[in-house]
Structure formats: structure tokens, C-alpha cells
Design a protein around this ligand. Structure first.
Ligand SMILES: [Zn+2]
Length: 228
């Protein structure tokens, strides 16, 4: 026989426990927000920080009472309500306070300018160069000379403004097989080369290491037009 009180509130809890649940949810929501800011959230794309918090919070609150007999329903309902309330309140608040929004959601960051990768900006977005080059390949970009500027959006997606076809310059090829085969520094005398790490172009033998990022691996640059 199903005991209704046990089902909804649990055996040993009083009604006051529901208030405790609401407080617990708020504290865990704030803690999860802090953790997400600390660890970076770029691994999960297409969601804002707040949306991700809701998904995590709801998943746990909804799932446990479905399968655990010692997880009563009402505390979960309170937790779900509080998660949605926190989401709604923070959404309202961030819409009115741009500084808070930037703190929680991050900001759009320019990571390529004039065919060169801003490694510091990329690092601040928690994105590796390899991962970023992969995103550019998905956008059918063959080399950085085709790119005027690129941005990492607040949801971690990469967006690009292209150069006009007749303004395409020499740039770092993005095909993995090209990046894996650096050429000797002396080759730079014969053809334009780019630093494999940041895309800095080099037309003459000046330094063995890239003056921008310190890498000493160079590959021949490309200047092909974009294939639509
Ligand atoms: Zn470099």
C-alpha cells in the first residue's frame, strides 16, 4: 500500500524541510554558478551559463524521485520551482545590469585579427588553438588569410567575418596535415610562411622563433580564395 505522506514528504521529514530545500537549492545554484565560472563552460556549447545551470538542476531534481524510494516528491517540486525562480530572477537582473551579464555569461571576444590568432584572448575563453582551428575548418575556412576577424561568442561558438575574394592574403593553412609538417626557417627566403601556432606571417628570416608567440615551427602560407 502506498503511503501518501511518505510519497510526498518522506518518512522522517516535517513540512519545515520544504523551506530547507528551497534554501539548499538557492545555495547550490550559487555554488554551481561559481564553479562554472571557475572551470569555464566552453565544453558545452549552445547553452548559456544560466541555461546550463537549469538543465543540471532540473535533471537532478526530476530524476531522483523517479527511481529512489527514499526521495519524496515535494522536496523535488520545491527544488524545481526554486531553480526556475533563480533562473527567471537572474535573467531579469542580468538584462538590466550589463556588467552582471558580462560577469555571468562572459563576453564576445575577438580572437583573430588581420589573419593572426590572439592567443591570450583564446586562452581567456578556455579554448585551445587546436580546438579553435577545428571550428574554423567546420566553417570551411582553408587558411587564416581568408579571415578578416573571428570571434568566440558567449555560448562558445565561433563566428567569422571573411575577406573579400580579391583581398585574401597569405595566411596559415588550417588542414592538420599542413600544420603537422613545419619547414626549416631557411625556407622563408623562398616563400611566405606562417607560425603554426598563431598564424603570424614571415617574409624574411628574422628570428628563429615567432616574435608573437615564441613558437619555432613555420609552414608555407596559402592565399587561395574561398570556395563558396
Ligand atoms: Zn606565433
Amino acid at each position: 500500500m502506498i503511503d501518501i505522506r511518505t510519497l510526498f514528504l518522506g518518512e522522517e521529514h516535517t513540512w519545515l524541510f520544504l523551506v530547507e530545500c528551497a534554501l539548499r537549492t538557492i545555495l547550490m545554484f550559487v555554488l554551481a554558478l561559481g564553479l562554472m565560472k571557475l572551470t569555464g563552460k566552453k565544453e558545452v556549447r549552445q547553452f548559456s551559463v544560466l541555461e546550463l545551470l537549469v538543465i543540471i538542476g532540473l535533471g537532478s531534481a526530476l530524476g531522483d524521485p523517479m527511481i529512489y524510494t527514499d526521495a519524496p516528491l515535494l522536496p523535488s517540486v520545491v527544488a524545481i520551482g526554486m531553480v526556475l525562480l533563480c533562473y527567471w530572477a537572474l535573467n531579469k537582473w542580468t538584462n538590466r545590469a550589463p556588467k552582471l551579464e558580462r560577469f555571468i555569461e562572459g563576453r564576445v571576444t575577438r580572437v583573430v585579427h588581420e589573419g593572426e590568432v590572439d592567443l591570450r584572448a583564446l586562452d581567456a575563453q578556455g579554448m585551445s588553438v587546436a580546438e579553435f582551428f577545428g571550428d574554423l575548418r567546420v566553417l570551411h575556412i582553408e587558411h587564416l588569410g581568408q579571415v578578416k576577424t573571428a570571434y568566440v561568442e558567449i555560448d562558445g561558438e565561433v563566428s567569422v567575418f571573411f575577406r573579400e575574394d580579391d583581398a585574401v592574403r597569405h595566411g596559415l593553412p588550417l588542414a592538420p596535415e599542413a600544420l603537422e609538417h613545419p619547414v626549416p626557417l631557411e625556407s622563408i627566403r623562398n616563400f611566405p610562411c606562417c607560425c603554426v601556432h598563431c598564424g603570424r606571417g614571415m617574409n624574411a628570416v628574422q628570428h628563429p622563433a615567432c616574435p608573437n608567440c615564441g613558437s619555432d615551427a613555420w609552414v608555407p602560407a596559402m592565399n587561395s580564395k574561398r570556395v563558396a
